[in-house]
Write a protein that binds this ligand. Structure first.
Ligand code: FE2
Length: 350
């Protein structure tokens, strides 16, 4: 073979390889088809002027006995080829210790391009665990082939799942509620929300927050819940409110009173750089007693601030950055006639 022919073959091989790589990369980043339910449009009143709220639209669980145990798991971060079996085992151990009536996972269940495979894995795992479970989206969930509608269909149809896409026109996806009754009477509402991903059109990098429509929707939902006899609620979402930072600072400055808080802050609170006013809305409505988030993997504190419990979950797998001594879950117990809330961290041995 002469030199120029070998050179041409080499060029052809390189170009073919580049083409194949290009097509593959393009292929993996293309979103899989999903089926958005654009009919689920939220309006406060219908065209006849009546409130659209219907308590029967909300999934309801009647508690068994005198306490209701919720296990908050968070930031599972399932991704290709990484610690899958280890993560499954950590979750199953935490569930066994908590012995909950319900599980809420506050976001970042999956990540990376292959999120479509791992959303199926998460659905299979929790269906197999066999305890009613709910999810809210984090900033990483929809970064791969599967968008939130694609994942929403899997979560909505999985066994024991309480997840609902909720309205499509308020911001994010997976804004919905679950009601708990005691002896058939209203007891507590659990409100799940999508706290977004990142702020677009903002001069600096910033994690996301709620959209204005979600604040209106929460106001409408919470007000109607109160009128229906549900005087108290707790909220679950992914990204902390800016008030978390202030709350922890104040708690620490005032001597870390164990009656007001517990747990640790090992990293800064990565909240949005704008404050959309969710905390003020919570205060104004006066029904949400506690807020549970994830997102910052090495924070697990709970602090009361202006009468509201602000809680970080405990990271539940060893995927992505973590501390080995801060893996587990958060146990929330609601008990008695007055619906007292008690919160504690479950930390697995290293
Ligand atoms: Fe995360």
């Amino acid at each position: 073979m002469n030199g120029s022919r070998a050179f041409l073959i080499a060029i052809a091989v390189i170009l073919t390889a580049a083409l194949i790589t290009g097509i593959t990369l393009l292929g993996v980043y293309v979103r899989l088809p999903s089926d958005p339910d654009y009919d689920n449009i939220w309006t406060e009143i219908d065209k006849d002027g009546n409130d659209t709220f219907d308590i029967d639209d909300i999934t309801t669980i009647n508690m068994d006995g005198d306490e209701f145990r919720i296990l908050q798991l968070t930031d599972l971060h399932y991704r290709a080829g990484y610690k899958i079996a280890d993560s499954d085992e950590l979750i199953r151990r935490t569930v066994e210790i908590a012995d909950p009536d319900m599980i809420v996972i506050t976001g970042d269940m999956v990540m990376t391009v292959e999120n479509n495979f791992y959303v199926e894995h998460v659905a299979e795992l929790f269906s197999d665990i066999g305890i009613p479970w709910a999810v809210t989206y984090g900033n990483h969930d929809d970064e791969g082939r599967a968008d939130k509608f694609y994942m929403g269909e899997i979560y909505e149809n999985a066994e024991y799942s309480l997840y609902r896409n909720g309205p499509v026109n308020i911001g994010g996806l997976g804004n919905y509620a679950v009601n708990i009754t005691r002896n058939g009477e209203p007891y507590y509402s659990l409100i799940m929300m999508d706290s977004g991903t990142y702020l677009e059109d903002y001069p600096e990098f910033s994690y996301g927050t709620f959209e204005t429509g979600q604040i209106y929707w929460y106001d409408w939902l919470q007000t109607n819940l109160i009128e229906s006899g549900y005087a108290k609620s707790m909220m679950f979402f992914h990204i902390p409110l800016p008030e978390y930072r202030v709350a922890f600072d104040e708690w620490q400055l005032n001597g870390s009173d164990p009656a007001i808080g517990f747990g640790e802050r090992r990293e800064d609170e990565c909240h949005a750089l704008i404050n959309i006013g969710m905390f003020d809305k919570i205060k104004q409505l006066g029904a949400t007693t506690d807020v549970f988030v994830g997102h910052d993997h090495v924070n697990d504190y709970s602090v009361e601030y202006k009468g509201i419990g602000l809680h970080y979950g405990v990271k539940s797998t060893r995927q992505v950055y973590h501390d080995d001594d801060m893996i587990g879950g958060k146990l929330i117990t609601i008990s008695g006639e007055n619906a007292e809330v008690a919160v504690s961290n479950i930390l697995l041995p290293e």
